[in-house]
Design a protein around this ligand. Structure first.
Ligand code: NAD
Length: 315
């Protein structure tokens, strides 16, 4: 494995970064920003939900499962300095029906990434975790040190991966930052993902159909814009060693209010239909973003309204 001499771009050290899941919604935004900042980027993605057209043409693409044996050869040969690990199965509801598939990718897949990162001298792993690890917020906000109490297998598998990451750090000194995202929204999101409520609504509205709201619509979520999430990952390249950080806005928005905002921006009059609350869906989740501000110097630049106005035009 050969180590490179550091080069600089606009005063920033150019890093070789591998992004798993870089063809997906959030991963592709991270790849774009990394390339914009002058970094060299490798994407590993099996395209199970991601799309090749999402991948920045300046990134080197390996169509590969994170559990594939070939990954070892690639990490050995390419010797990335950082791995930003986004690849996962992100369906809360599917995790309840197919817990083995969820666990295989989210736990074993991550374990494979960590094993290889450790074996081939990767300096840092930045891990995409989720507010789903908390289950319900206990007070106004979930804080990083709050008890872990997921109510879906997805939340459990994402937390198990966090635990492995911390152990690799403890046992072998592998550096990491864990970023627990709120409900991420923005361009490129598909309608089945964890934060997919906005594209699901939009798809129905475009066809003149009534979107479905599960429960009474008063459940709240912390909606964070994908460009803010991508920026948090870039900041974590050089900061946040050994930290677990919430990446949210600190503002809880009910699904009814979200629907109302969409109505005001897009000027439609369709009323939603209400159905029973689903198993695995929390009532209230909102993230305290203060630690990310202190540690990374990160805070969201987009309000929900600003994010929606920016991305709805392109949807
Ligand atoms: P996504 O489905 O758009 O992206 C996931 C990517 O991983 C896809 O491109 C998919 O093809 C790839 N992938 C899945 N399994 C793979 C495997 N075995 N090998 C290689 N590639 C594989 O989802 P997303 O919303 O962009 O989520 C990205 C990350 O952020 C995930 O780790 C997810 O748990 C986390 N997250 C997302 C949200 C959200 O609101 N979208 C919230 C919290 C956390």
């Amino acid at each position: 494995m050969k180590r490179r001499r550091y080069e600089f771009f606009n005063g920033v050290i150019i890093l070789k970064v591998m992004v798993t899941g870089g063809a997906g919604f959030i991963g592709s935004h991270i790849v774009d920003l990394l390339i914009q900042e002058g970094h060299e980027v490798l994407v590993v993605d099996n395209l199970v939900t991601g799309k090749k057209k999402n991948i920045n043409p300046r990134a080197k693409f390996y169509k590969l499962d994170i559990l594939d044996f070939e990954l070892e050869e690639i990490i050995k040969r390419e010797a990335p300095e950082v791995i930003i690990h986004q690849a996962a199965l992100v369906y809360v509801q599917q995790s309840l029906q197919k817990p083995l598939e969820d666990g295989k990718v989210n736990i074993l897949g991550t374990l494979n990434i960590l094993r290889l990162a450790n074996l081939y001298g990767v300096k840092k792993v930045i891990y995409a975790s989720t507010c789903a690890v908390y289950g319900e917020s206990l007070g106004k906000w979930s804080n990083e040190e709050d008890p872990i109490n997921p109510i879906s297998f997805y939340g459990a598998s994402k937390y198990m991966a966090e635990s492995y990451l911390k152990l690799f750090h403890k046992l072998y000194g592998l550096d990491f930052t864990i970023l627990r995202y709120g409900n991420v929204y923005g361009l490129g999101q598909n309608s089945q993902g964890e934060g997919g409520v906005i594209p699901i609504f939009l798809e129905k509205i475009k066809r003149g159909r009534a979107p479905i709201i599960f429960g009474d619509g008063e459940q709240t979520r912390d909606f964070v814009y994908v460009k803010d999430v991508a920026r948090a990952n870039i900041l974590a390249l050089n900061k946040g060693a050994g930290e677990t950080l919430n990446i949210g806005t600190g503002i809880g928005t009910s699904i009814n209010n979200l629907y109302q905002s969409l109505r005001e921006i897009l000027h439609f009059s369709i009323h939603p239909l209400y159905q029973w609350q689903r198993l695995g869906d929390v009532k209230h989740i909102c993230l305290n973003p203060n630690k990310a501000r202190e540690v990374l110097g990160w805070q969201p630049r987009y309000s929900l309204h600003e994010g929606l106005v920016e991305c709805l035009g392109g949807w």
